[in-house]
Design a protein around this ligand. Structure first.
Ligand code: PMP
Length: 439
């Protein structure tokens, strides 16, 4: 019996007791390949000696000091490193404890920015339908996933959502990719004009959509067009890289591959690799200057911002990724994973699409390949696949069901960056067996 309020109230959770490299171990002695890194978190795998050593050293030196009184060397060093490696213009960073907090902070930075520069009427947020930006009330409001929002309404009144939500063509054919990208982006301009540009503060989007869709990238050109539209109307662009960022797609930040620099960018998950809870919001020099010249204060904060233990974990994780050239491995193993998924599922009657970037891949399951019809959600296919996979020593992140009128089950794969080719092969083999057993 558990005294914890778990997310799934009646879930029969297995008890994890250990982990090493890409594997997790449970209390009954079973081993699992952690093929989704939890939820795209464990980028270095488990039990990494260098991160553990850094955590021990930091705990010995200083576990906590409140930011009203002190900064710390470790937080400053992490900020230096992250800003040096961030897209040019994202000159400052704010450390929080996770993804939702990072999005929440970004939304409040956008809001305060417009207050500081004398445009307080800019309070509206535009995001994409069927997106996920976190579970705190502001971040939940920004996300357009109707199922997650339903019981918590009314949320922030000034959040608006557009379609097509992903700028991805699997279910939209008949145009060139470039035309489709322009049409998808046009939805943003239409919405800005409908609401009145002088009332809109930010557009929020994930470069590669994670949990709600299964690693869906946008077509080429879409985000460049989005950037132009934001600039034309003075709207801030907030890219949420909580799931797809920090190396997951093969470049440190996913937006590098889309050729855009946002005004605000959120990261979390892979930043600390699961060794400590940490998230971060990057902000442009322009936003920072507005605060500095204005009230001189960002009017937001949490007890655990810049937590030294969290910063120590993140710094160690990022140093290992650079030292061991793990982004090269993400690219190589990402290509290998895509190839293997294609071989195993390319002609599978119930796999409609395989997509993603780097070690961030989604497999979309369909009742019928031709019509792309989704499975009846009552079948709870995603839960069945999860259990079938765990019975075969594989932990994957399945999601889907009927959400907001968009039906589709998918499996998200986001293994640790240290994975090798033989383990990728085993992941695909076990996943194939689990999918066939569950369907
Ligand atoms: N944004 C995105 C894109 C996410 O995928 C998530 C988590 N799945 C969040 C925000 C929220 O992060 P957290 O769960 O750490 O609060």
């Amino acid at each position: 019996m558990t005294r914890i309020l778990h997310r799934q109230i009646h879930a029969t959770l297995r008890t994890a007791v250990g982990g090493k490299g890409v594997e997790l171990f449970d209390r009954d002695g079973r081993r699992y390949i952690d093929a989704s890194g939890g939820a795209a978190v464990s980028c270095l795998g488990h039990g990494h000696p260098d991160v553990i050593a850094a955590l021990h050293a930091q705990a010995d030196a200083l576990a906590y000091a409140h930011t009203s009184f002190f900064t710390s060397d470790v937080a400053e060093a992490l900020a230096e490193r992250l800003v040096a490696d961030a897209p040019a213009g994202l000159d400052y960073v704010y450390f929080v404890s996770g993804g939702s907090e990072a999005v929440e902070a970004a939304l409040k930075m956008a809001r305060q920015y417009f207050v500081e520069v004398g445009q307080p009427q800019r309070a509206r947020i535009i995001a994409r339908r069927q997106s996920y930006h976190g579970n705190t009330l502001g971040a939940l409001a920004a996300g357009g996933n109707a199922w997650r929002r339903a019981q918590f309404k009314p949320l922030l009144a000034e959040t608006h959502h557009i379609d097509p939500c992903y700028a991805y063509r699997y279910r939209e054919a008949g145009e060139t990719e470039a035309d489709y990208g322009l049409r998808a982006a046009q939805a943003l301009e239409d919405k800005i004009l409908e609401l009145g540009p002088e009332t809109v503060m930010a557009f929020v989007a994930e470069p590669v959509v994670g949990a709600t869709a299964g690693a869906v990238p946008a077509v080429a050109g879409y985000f460049r067009r989005i950037r132009e539209i934001c600039d034309r109307y003075g709207v801030l662009l907030l890219l949420d890289e909580v799931m797809c960022g920090m190396g997951r797609t093969g470049t440190l930040h996913a937006c590098e591959q889309d050729g855009v620099v946002p005004d605000l960018m959120t990261v979390a998950k892979g930043l600390g690799g699961g060794y400590q809870p940490i998230g971060a919001t990057f902000l442009s020099g322009r936003i920072y200057e507005a605060f500095a010249k204005g009230s001189g204060l960002f009017q937001h904060g949490h007890t655990y911002i810049c937590h030294p233990m969290a910063c120590a974990a993140a710094l160690a994780v990022q140093e290992v990724i650079a030292r061991d050239r793990l982004l090269d491995n993400v690219q190589a193993m990402g290509a290998h994973l895509a190839r293997r998924l294609g071989e195993r599922f390319g002609n599978h009657p119930h796999v409609g699409d395989i997509r993603g970037r780097g070690l961030f891949m989604g497999v979309e399951l369909v009742e019928d390949r031709g019509s792309k019809a989704a499975f009846d959600p009552a079948r709870k296919l995603n839960a069945r696949i999860k259990h079938a996979a765990m019975d075969r020593g594989l932990a994957v992140y399945p999601a889907g069901g009927t959400i907001d009128g968009i039906r589709g089950d998918h499996i998200l794969l986001a293994p640790p960056f240290i994975i090798d080719a033989a383990t990728v092969d085993t992941v695909v083999e076990r996943l194939g067996e689990a999918v066939d057993a569950a369907i």
